[in-house]
Design a protein around this ligand. Structure first.
Ligand code: G3P
Length: 221
């Protein structure tokens, strides 16, 4: 499964990118609004930091406006993927942008039927929002499973991007299901690596090593 970070914070992105396992970035207007600076410049800087798909979202709500914005976003950098909301106008815009060869990430997907239409319109990614469904007492991960099952029957050139992942188990579940991508906040990404038994195990190895060295030194001396 490809790992994307769901953030527009360059410090977080730089810190995670050096680990060599971050494949791309997703942003949205809320995430960009949290950062200071020009959103387009931030997107370009992100593209220079991570050489993978970088989602930047349109804010127009009519198809023509979305297409214009999408073309502009795509012109900023070769890594940009145009994020479009899964509404009627978004579907029309996706068809046009995909027809021009631009990669579209159809976002705010909350039902399998939305994902099916997005894939048919030519979206390169569909983003089911797991955590936000969990928030309303609906099994968000079941949506990811449904979309994967549907896509398995066909030949869509469309990746399932599990989004709104709120903790490490969401990431593990998405990977077990075979999601193509999981996008997550930097805090969730960091939690994937940490395990207290790894830390205590390493401490014991190093302590034993030091003890053995001290014993050897005492014998030799
Ligand atoms: O990529 C989608 C994500 O930004 C939404 O996450 O936690 O706001 O539901 P969340």
């Amino acid at each position: 499964m490809k790992i994307f970070l769901d953030t527009a914070n360059l410090k977080e992105i730089r810190e995670a990118a050096v680990l060599g396992v971050v494949d791309g970035i997703t942003t949205n207007p809320s995430l960009l609004a949290r950062e200071s600076g020009d959103p387009e410049q931030i997107l370009v800087e992100i593209c220079k930091t991570v050489d993978g798909p970088i989602s930047g979202e349109v804010v127009a709500t009519d198809a023509e406006g979305m297409v214009q914005e999408g073309r502009h976003l795509a012109s900023l950098h070769k890594n940009i993927v145009v994020k479009v909301p899964c509404i009627t106008e978004g579907l029309k815009a996706t068809k046009v942008l995909a027809g021009e060869g631009k990669r579209v990430n159809m976002t705010l997907i909350f039902s399998p039927s939305q994902a099916l239409l997005a894939a048919k319109a030519g979206a390169r990614y569909v983003s089911p929002f797991v955590g936000r469904l969990d928030d309303i007492s609906t099994e968000g991960m079941a949506l990811v499973a449904d979309i994967i099952e549907i896509f398995d029957h066909y030949d869509f050139d469309c990746e399932v991007l599990a989004a709104s992942l709120r903790g490490p188990m969401h990431v593990v579940e998405a990977a077990k299901m075979g999601a193509d991508v999981g996008t997550m906040p930097a805090s969730v990404f960091a939690s994937l690596l940490k395990h207290p038994l790894t830390d205590s195990g390493l401490k014991r190895f190093l302590d034993d090593w030091e003890k053995a060295k001290a014993l050897l030194a005492a014998k030799v001396g």
